[in-house]
Design a protein around this ligand. Structure first.
Ligand SMILES: *Cc1c(COP(=O)(O)O)cnc(C)c1O
Length: 379
């Protein structure tokens, strides 16, 4: 079935009593037993809820998994996956992963018996070298945030499978509309549904998607045990947002492509990082594993020509804010905002500079957005 059909319909029919077209919100924390030992499938909302189940079935269908767990935030989803590891286990991951994930790994799990190697995931040799006898998992984020480095899914997952390592892909940046890691053999896909899946900047949420029942059983156990499941209201909002995901992604990337071309030709811009530009050094890989370039881009501002503060102050439509994936265009400074928790060393290792500016392109009129940037960059 077409992903546009799945986005609108998969999992949504949950009301057989009144046949409501839209999934009802079931705010009930608890569910009556029919008789001792017999329920209608739900007993307590932390462990399961029909509204949340609709969202989980929908996301699983989009990614091509057999099931999913919807969590309170993206970080809750990532935390849940890390609980699959035994103390002493080692994880190989990128030195340019999402700042919150980096902090969770380095400052929370590394102090609780899990070890990590943060490396350049574009370098297959470096990955091979980082794998130790205790390595159990490879954590992949592609494209990376905010410089849009691409990790070769087929090659890295292929290597992991040979070594019997679990692979997890954070697919937040592209959404299943533009990239489906299960097609390359990944074991788990995680999302911050806060971003493109919900798409309207009005909820935080996450999801863990799996394609084997043995992993699914453990994920559901930890989501319930840790108490990180998503509220029915929030799950309903994400489910509503997903219905237009394919159309939003098309609009995001159309705008992003035009903005990237404009920035690339501007004298106050030193470099543009965008997967849709021919100047991106990994075009072959992009064409192989992505169904589109997406809506995220970054650029290096020549701050000798246009000082940072002045640039941000002049913008009227682009809003200076963290986060991404919503219908409105956001702009931010990774060094002092989204990625500040990495510290100067982590930032330098990832390639982020004090001149890096990240844009989450919204779906507003293209010419309005370019005009806004033109005014802020000056002649
Ligand atoms: C935002 C984000 C997260 C964290 O999700 P929250 O919903 O903010 O907890 C994880 N990974 C990526 C790539 C993200 O952009």
């Amino acid at each position: 079935m077409d992903i546009r059909t799945k986005a609108v319909l998969a999992g949504t029919a949950k009301d057989s009593q009144y046949n409501s077209v839209i999934t009802p919100i079931y705010p009930s924390s608890t569910f009556r037993f029919e008789e001792l030992g017999k329920t209608k499938g739900y007993d307590y909302t932390r462990s399961g809820n029909p509204t949340r189940a609709a969202l989980e079935e929908n996301i699983a269908a989009l990614e091509g998994g057999i099931g999913a767990s919807a969590t309170a935030t993206g970080m809750a989803a990532i935390t849940t996956v890390l609980f699959l590891l035994e103390p002493g286990a080692h994880v190989v991951t990128g030195n340019d992963i999402y700042g919150g994930t980096y902090r969770l790994f380095k400052d929370v799990f590394a102090k609780r018996g899990i070890t990590f190697s943060f490396i350049n995931m574009m370098d297959l040799k470096a990955i091979r070298k980082a794998i130790q006898p205790k390595t159990r998992m490879i954590w992949i984020e592609t494209p990376s945030n905010p410089l849009l480095h691409i990790v070769d899914l087929e090659a890295v997952i292929g290597l992991a499978r040979k070594k019997k390592l679990m692979t997890v892909v954070d697919n937040t940046f592209l959404s299943p509309y533009l990239q489906r890691p299960f097609e390359f053999g990944a074991d788990i896909v995680v999302h911050s549904t806060t971003k493109y899946l919900n798409g309207h900047s009005d909820v935080v949420g996450g999801a863990v998607v799996y394609k084997s029942e043995s992993i699914g059983e453990k994920i559901r156990f930890f989501v319930n045990g840790l108490g990180v499941s998503q509220s029915p209201y929030d799950a309903w909002l994400v489910l509503r947002g997903i219905k237009t995901l394919p159309y939003r992604m098309e609009a995001h990337q159309r705008n992003a492509g035009k903005i990237a071309s404009f920035l690339e030709g501007h004298p106050a811009v030193k470099q543009v990082h965008y997967t849709g530009l021919e100047s991106h050094p990994q075009q072959a890989l992009i064409k192989k594993q992505m169904k589109g370039a997406g809506g995220m881009l970054a650029f290096e501002l020549d701050t000798k020509k246009v000082p940072l503060k002045e640039f941000f102050k002049k913008l009227k439509l682009f809003q200076l804010a963290e986060s991404l994936g919503g219908v409105e265009s956001l702009i931010e400074h990774p060094w002092s905002m989204s990625h500040a928790s990495m510290g100067p060393e982590g930032l330098k290792a990832s390639g982020i500079t004090q001149e890096t500016i990240r844009i989450s392109t919204g779906i507003e009129g293209t010419e309005d957005l370019i005009e806004d940037l033109k005014k802020a960059l000056g002649k």
